[in-house]
Design a binder for this molecule. Structure first.
Ligand code: NAP
Length: 255
């Protein structure tokens, strides 16, 4: 497929090379920042533009990997009707596209991307949606060419999955950051927690997370909880998080 890739952030830096490696032709990259744009367009060996008005109108598909809040204003500035235009967001629907664009869709990679961290393409499920059957077939074909795992879902289901993803990925990662902050009080390296983190994730590969829960809140051990809250006296926000999550665990097991 002839593709115009829009954006040069975390997703575009993974998706662009992946599409190219599967034989798709990236004919143009849009990036508002020249430095990152040149880096990615160099990898993709394609032309670079920094103005939506200069987009090549000949592509089979336009893939928007921009920050969610800017998608609507960006597409308004495209001066032609794209053959097919999709975004990569988990939490935006098809309504981000103006009514004049009839061929629209979503190709959302359910994975966490950072520019510098390599990821196996086999581990990326793609959640797809389209405004009509014909476009869904095209998007499915594109997604299948880069991943064996493709799901067709409504915007609502995708948003629900994205919400769950915020819990399992973004929030957990933030908890790792807070844990590191605590360890830094005594200059203890974060490495000490890595085996525990690995085991936590490993356990839920074969079991239900509700079954694998351990810890003071799961046991209903109020003395330890009180002790931990005292230790957090200088970290009011962490104290609130500790309390809220402990209460949530207790409610789950009906103490
Ligand atoms: N990262 C993930 O793990 C992940 C996973 C699945 C889906 N997604 C979705 O994929 C999309 C892109 O995410 P990302 O993580 O790649 O974002 P990102 O790394 O923050 O990159 C966003 C891109 O949008 C550009 N941009 C921001 N504001 C702009 C504006 N006003 N006008 C033009 N360009 C603008 C940025 O340009 P500058 O570099 O110049 O700021 C950058 O190229 C989002 O819809 C996100 O929800 C992300």
């Amino acid at each position: 497929m002839k593709i115009v890739l829009i954006g040069a952030g975390n997703v575009a830096f993974h998706l662009g090379p992946l599409l190219k490696s599967k034989g798709h032709q990236i004919i143009q990259l849009y990036s508002r920042s020249k430095k990152t744009g040149l880096k990615l367009s160099g990898k993709l060996k394609c032309s670079l533009v920094n103005d939506p008005k200069k987009l090549n109108s000949e592509a089979d598909i336009y893939i928007i990997a921009l920050r969610d809040e800017v998608i609507t204003s960006f597409v308004k500035n495209i001066p032609f009707i794209p053959n097919l235009i999709v975004h990569t967001s988990g939490s935006s629907g098809l309504d981000v596209f103006p009514a004049r664009m009839k061929n629209t869709g979503v190709i959302y990679p359910l994975q966490t991307f950072s520019k510098s961290i390599k990821i196996s393409p086999k581990k990326i499920p793609f959640l797809i949606e389209a405004g009509n059957r014909k476009d869904l077939v095209k998007i499915r074909k594109l997604a299948k060419s880069i991943s064996p795992v493709v799901y067709e879902l409504s915007s609502y289901d995708r948003e629900l999955i994205h919400l769950s993803a915020v819990f399992v990925n973004n929030f957990t990662n933030h908890l790792f950051t807070l844990a590191e902050k605590l360890l830094q009080l005594r200059k203890i390296p974060f490495d000490i927690l890595r085996p525990l983190i690995m085991e936590t994730v490993q356990k839920i590969q074969s079991d239900n997370p509700k079954k694998t829960q351990t810890g003071p809140a799961r046991r209903g051990d109020s003395a330890i909880i009180m002790k931990h809250l005292k230790m957090l006296k200088d970290f009011p926000q962490m104290k609130v998080i500790y309390k809220q999550i402990s209460n949530s665990i207790r409610d789950e097991y009906e103490y």
